[in-house]
Design a binder for this molecule. Structure first.
Ligand SMILES: O=C(O)CCC(=O)C(=O)O
Length: 276
């Protein structure tokens, strides 16, 4: 990728904590019109596949549409904060939902059960045209990303409280934790819905890659405590536990906690609990 983004383009700790709680980050209208206009032709023609693990610079050479997209400062800053300086391509795909196509995807996560407690991939979803409620925007379930499910086994769930339908202006980008439950909805509008997805794998430990100046800000813990309306009373607490564990990994601070959730259940006197 391009040179390391300027510090002011990196995410703050509060925004990282928000990503850890919500499982996504939304960047409204960050792609300029000229690139959005170019996108339609590029996406309609198809973007050639690359093998798993291809470095971004090799997959998308300087001057290519996809590279220009990833090098936009707001996008480069967010990606660098989440997956580090030189991610590789897992895969990418153009998703065009045709007008009146009559079907939606079932709810799914883009992985079989993924047991990594201290690493994650991100999926960038880019919408070059405005997406209306009727136009088959991506549905996401905030806060679902750390619940370990097996790909499309969530497909039988419908209309979870707090789910979000992607309605956005042209040039909007979502950056998702790979585990988040999502699906492409039915396009009932009269225009195609375009989306370009790129999944990126980190190549460095995801530790303090963002702007950590505000790490001690109370806003961090506040973000991490977010509860979502679809959470169960008890199992919802497990999500706090999962987030604390991820935050420990991301900050390299094995003592971080919220109200002793993890401290309590890892208290095994006399044993090394550094990695629990
Ligand atoms: O088309 C969409 O909005 C979602 C596509 C999708 O679910 C995926 O790429 O995994």
């Amino acid at each position: 990728m391009a040179a390391r983004p300027a510090r002011e383009q990196l995410l703050t700790s509060a925004r990282m904590a928000r990503f850890v709680a919500h499982g996504y980050l939304r960047l409204n209208s960050v792609v300029p019109d000229a690139l959005n206009d170019q996108a339609l032709g590029v996406l309609a023609a198809g973007v050639p596949a690359v093998p798993y693990g291809t470095p971004v610079a090799e997959a998308f050479p300087e001057g290519s549409f996809a590279r220009s997209l990833l090098d936009l400062p707001a996008i480069a800053g967010a990606l660098s904060s989440l997956v580090g300086p030189d991610p590789t391509i897992d895969h990418h795909a153009v998703h065009i939902r045709q007008p009146q196509e009559g079907q939606a995807q079932p709810l799914h996560g883009d992985a079989i059960i993924d047991v990594r407690p201290d690493a994650f991939d991100v999926q960038l979803m880019y919408y070059p045209r405005a997406v209306t409620l009727e136009a088959g925007g991506t549905l996401i379930v905030p806060g679902s990303h750390l619940r370990r499910t097996n790909e499309s086994d969530t497909g039988r769930y419908q209309n979870l409280l707090g789910q979000q339908r992607m309605v956005c202006e042209a040039g909007t980008v979502l950056i998702l934790h790979h585990g988040i439950w999502h699906s492409g909805r039915r396009n009932d509008s009269g225009v195609p819905r375009y989306m370009f997805k790129i999944r990126l794998n980190p190549t460095v430990p995801q530790v303090r890659l963002w702007n950590t100046d505000d790490l001690g800000d109370p806003a961090v813990a506040e973000e991490l405590r977010t509860r979502f309306p679809w959470y169960e009373q008890a199992t919802g607490r497990l999500e706090l536990h999962n987030r604390i564990r991820l935050w420990r990994a991301l900050t390299g601070d094995p003592s971080f906690d919220l109200d002793h959730w993890v401290t309590r259940v890892t208290n095994r006197p006399g044993r090394n609990t550094a990695h629990t």
